[in-house]
Design a protein around this ligand. Structure first.
Ligand code: C2O
Ligand code: CU
Length: 492
């Protein structure tokens, strides 16, 4: 993280503040409190309301890390202990979650697991050993509910790169891209486009069940539950055409680390006339790097892909949705010596299939135990919002249910049935899982921490319970997790 003189003075002042006046810098109970507050932390993040200039005529007010969106790229080293000071300059409690890392529950950043809040106008010093290596990120982890200024609807998202022992491939240069939306609003209705996921076979029983429930609700006169839309989109905090272009040279190999930092949206990304060679998904090297014309990312998913620059011009690297691109979702790629208006060309239709990056024919080893889960939607059942259930239960913070007990060291398979027509980017905290099947098709070797479960489909993922304490499981869409789509795994 680059430090200017002003930052340095701020850091220098902090030690005195923590040792003396104390009240504003409140160390929390638990293991993190054992970390001495004297001296500088390796990294400092400040949560505060700020103005973000997406374009000269489009300035938004949102909560950020260190005044911008995305927050600073944190480069950490696998296995090398790090300290991070997180200051909360807002009036509300905050949580900062280390997405994709296996860190203790009191550092992980989820109140449901028991992580202490970062108090309003207070701070927490966190200490942890980063891992696993690869592309991770950090983001807020509070409930937003109907408040579109909070949680992931805000600008609180930033990339983390944990230096691996071996880089997954040869490249000339790395570019981090954080995709984010702004100016959220509620709407009713609007079905999510989902025809890009492969395999695309739906389960007739799940479909019948989902449609029956929906029709019963509409027959009772219910409206459709709220969805969230956005008026502005940005890559690295700038709307298409308003940031610095990515400047490239012919023959250069650029490694893109793409993060979908959206609260609720699935994103696509294409660069006309170029192909992506996907090396890693969610920061984990894939068994079989493969070329694709389009990247698709559910909320919180990351893709690391190399593009060989072989088609001189000025291009739009952007979302396939014309409307989202028109509202900012893209960034210009400019070859040296080329000029003119950036060009966009829609790529041919392309299905996104995680199995493309697996070894063909591979089968996951049998697990020790299978946990079956069914996800269902109760249309508009919670004050106009859809309520989400796992095996019939919406998440209850006080009771800590649904709740699944795990035995340390055992290998579990989550068999997840989606009785709704929405795609759910399913996430498990503090663990990496392996996709074992998609819509009934077995696969193995693709390791992730978020995976999209298609509408009326079944997906199986395997993981070893190797993290003591509570681990949160949820759909990563803020609108779904806030209204029931969460559960706790408890590892003794
Ligand atoms: Cu990005 Cu609960 O997670
Ligand atoms: Cu969901």
């Amino acid at each position: 993280m680059p430090l200017d003189r002003r930052d340095f003075l701020k850091f220098a002042g902090l030690g005195a503040l923590a040792a003396g006046a104390g009240a504003r810098a409140t160390p929390q109970a638990g293991a993190a409190a054992a970390i001495p507050l004297a001296g500088r932390a390796d990294h400092t993040l400040r949560i505060a309301r700020s103005l973000v200039e997406l374009a000269p005529d489009h300035i938004v007010s949102t909560t950020t890390y260190n005044g911008g969106v995305p927050g600073p790229l944190l480069r950490l080293r696998e296995g090398q202990r790090v300290t991070v000071d997180v200051h909360n300059d807002t009036d509300v409690p905050e949580q900062l979650h280390w997405h994709g890392q296996s860190v203790p529950a009191d550092v992980d950043g989820a109140a449901e697991e028991g992580t202490p809040y970062i108090p309003p106008h207070g701070m927490r010093r966190l200490g942890f050993v980063p891992g696993p290596a690869g592309f991770r990120f950090y983001h807020t982890h509070v409930r937003a509910g109907s408040d579109l200024t909070r949680g992931q609807y805000s600008g609180q998202v930033g990339p983390v790169y944990i230096e691996p022992r071996h880089e997954p491939g040869a490249y000339d240069r790395e570019v981090f891209l954080t995709l984010k939306e702004f100016d959220p609003f509620f709407s009713q209705g609007g079905d999510m486009a989902m025809d890009f996921l492969r395999p695309d076979a739906v389960d007739p029983a799940l479909k019948a069940r989902g449609e029956r429930t929906m029709q019963a609700s509409l027959a009772r006169g219910d409206r459709r539950g709220y969805e969230v839309g956005y008026q502005a989109f940005a890559i690295n905090g700038r709307m298409l055409g308003h940031g610095e272009p990515i400047r490239v040279k012919v023959g250069e190999r650029v490694l893109f680390h793409v993060l979908n930092g959206s609260a609720t949206e699935i994103r696509s990304l294409a660069l006309p006339g170029h192909v992506f060679t996907v090396l890693a998904l969610d920061g984990n090297p894939v068994p079989r790097p493969a070329e694709v014309p389009v990247l698709w990312l559910g909320t919180a998913e990351r893709i690391s892909a190399v593009v060989e620059m072989r088609r001189p011009g000025v291009w739009v690297l952007g979302d396939l949705a014309d409307d989202d691109r028109a509202h900012g979702m893209g960034i210009v790629v400019e070859y040296a010596g080329q000029r003119g208006a950036p060009r966009w060309e829609a790529p041919p239709p392309f299905g996104w299939d995680y199995r493309r990056f697996a070894q063909p024919g591979a089968k996951a080893a049998p697990p020790d135990e299978v946990i079956a889960m069914t996800f269902a939607k109760q249309n508009a059942a919670d004050g106009g919002f859809n309520r989400w259930t796992i095996n019939g239960q919406a998440f209850d913070m006080r009771a800590g249910t649904p709740h699944f007990r795990l035995a340390h060291g055992r290998r579990y398979r989550l068999r997840m049935h989606n009785a709704s027509d929405d795609i759910h980017p399913i996430h498990l905290h503090r663990h990496t899982f392996e996709i074992a099947s998609l819509a009934g098709q077995p696969t193995a070797g693709v390791r992730k921490d978020v995976a999209m479960l298609g509408g009326y489909q079944t997906m199986e993922v395997d993981f070893t319970a190797d993290q003591p304490g509570l681990s949160l499981f949820h759909c990563h869409m803020q609108l779904h997790m806030d209204f029931g789509f969460m559960a706790l795994f408890d590892c003794a």
